[in-house]
Design a protein around this ligand. Structure first.
Ligand code: ZN
Length: 75
């Protein structure tokens, strides 16, 4: 059996004492913080890809680029 104040005791042995509840809450907090960081990194990557595509298109296919920009207006 795992010690109290561990997430495994909370989740596998279904202990709901203060220590285990707290350990689980701490885990979830860290897990969500990781999710937020990952989502932010993904979003920043998408922005960089978008900027690179825009630079490429505006240089090589300015008319298509303009059409895309116009289509994206009014968001
Ligand atoms: Zn416990």
């Amino acid at each position: 059996m795992a010690d109290h104040g561990t997430r495994s005791r909370y989740s596998y042995e279904l202990c709901r004492c203060d220590k285990c509840v707290e350990a689980n809450a701490e885990y979830l907090k860290r897990y969500r913080a990781g999710d937020v960081a990952r989502a932010r990194a993904e979003s920043e990557k998408a922005t960089r890809i978008g900027q690179a595509c825009a630079a490429y298109l505006s240089k090589r296919h300015p008319r298509i680029y303009r059409r895309i920009v116009e289509a994206c207006d009014g968001d």
